[in-house]
Design a protein around this ligand. Structure first.
Ligand code: SAH
Ligand code: SF4
Length: 343
């Protein structure tokens, strides 16, 4: 049976019409799925009972199931979610004093094989559908009892979101739809390893999430070593695409920069990083590497050096901040997401 979770109003209308059901109920169903997040037609009290029964027989509305929860001491929760299409993906709930941030996956595994990333070591398994992306959000909202409370959403879980462009954008449209999840566009960030054509495509969208680019190095030599995608889209091309993006959209980009001791944190790197960002509308987010002992041959710099790097950048007028990792001991931090089955 077709899983209709993830369908927009148009697709729901099409389904109802095909089954000779009254298509004008599509927007009510849509509201139950995404605004109210109730997945069983039996609960949809404003629909005629006959329609609810038909829907229960003819369709499924499956956002995926939470199969595991790991809570870290800082309250970060890593969820294992089993999506309708199979496999296990991971999504993370982070609670700060003033806000909640959810981090979701866009693929099972990742094709881009960055050398410092555990998801990359899994290889690519498959793309997630829009419903499998939205299902992670809805299930965590329900599980945490977030109700109508707004939250930030980052596509920084497993996978490269811009490699799964159409599904991610379809999910984005439901997320920002006031009749859907009703999130502000500015609360959603897509992080990419630097797929230049997709960055160009995103700039041309009528509505788009915020963009973060994983820069992670300041020379092609180093970037190629840790991020094979750099062979296809080297730094000069990536930076040009970023410049185009900021001028076309009038929006700032975030450069993510994973700090790898002995690899990309020398004084020369900071000099080049400052140079690269000088005339660009960007801010830099420094991410101390989250070690995965025995699996990844890298270490973060000392805490003192991390602070020094930020201060050096600030001194050069680069807007820089540090993203101290959350959920490290639950392996819920950046680059630590890979499901047990594949380990
Ligand atoms: N594929 C996308 C989004 C997922 S990765 C991308 O690469 O941007 C999200 C962020 O985590 C990226 O900035 C990536 O560089 C970073 N990351 C990956 N592995 C990490 C690790 N072990 N420690 C710290 N950051 C890591
Ligand atoms: Fe994929 Fe991002 Fe990990 Fe690179 S860092 S392997 S692009 S998930």
């Amino acid at each position: 049976m077709t899983n209709l979770y993830g369908c927009d109003v148009e697709a729901l209308r099409g389904f109802l019409a095909r089954y000779d059901l009254p298509a004008f109920h599509a927007s009510q169903i849509y509201a139950w799925l995404y605004a109210r997040r109730r997945f069983d037609p039996a609960d949809w009290s404003d629909l005629p009972a006959s329609l609810r029964e038909r829907l229960q027989c003819d369709a499924v509305f499956d956002p995926g199931k939470i199969v595991a929860r790991t809570t870290a001491t800082d309250g970060t929760i890593k969820y294992g979610i089993s999506p309708d299409g199979g496999g296990t993906i991971e999504a993370v709930y982070m609670h700060y004093d003033d806000r909640v941030t959810l981090c979701v996956s866009s693929q099972v595994g990742c094709a881009l094989d960055c050398d410092f990333c555990l998801t990359g070591k899994m290889g690519f398994v498959r793309h997630l559908s829009p419903g499998e992306i939205l299902g992670q959000v809805a299930q965590i909202q329900n599980d945490r009892g977030l109700g109508e409370r707004p939250f930030n959403l980052v596509f920084m879980g497993m996978g490269e979101p811009l490699h799964n462009y159409d599904a991610v954008l379809a999910a984005f449209r439901v997320l920002v739809d006031p009749r859907g999840f009703g999130l502000s566009r500015k609360r959603i960030t897509v992080s990419t390893s630097g797929l230049v054509p997709a960055i160009e495509q995103l700039a041309a969208e009528p509505r788009r999430p915020r963009l973060a680019v994983s820069l992670n190095a300041t020379t092609d030599e180093t970037r190629e070593r840790i991020m094979p995608i750099n062979r296809k889209y080297p730094l000069a091309r990536l930076l040009e695409a970023c410049r185009e993006y900021t001028t076309t959209t009038g929006e700032r980009i975030t450069f993510e920069y994973v700090l790898l001791d002995g690899v990309n944190v020398a004084d020369d790197d900071l000099e080049r990083l400052a140079e690269m960002t000088r005339s660009l509308a960007v801010k830099v987010n420094l991410i101390p590497f989250n070690p995965v002992p025995d699996r990844l041959p890298y270490r973060p710099p000392s805490r003192q050096r991390v602070l020094q790097i930020r201060d050096e950048l600030l001194r050069r007028d680069v807007p820089a901040s540090i993203r101290w990792s959350r959920g490290t001991e639950a392996r819920a931090a950046c680059g630590q997401l890979a499901t047990e089955a594949t380990r």
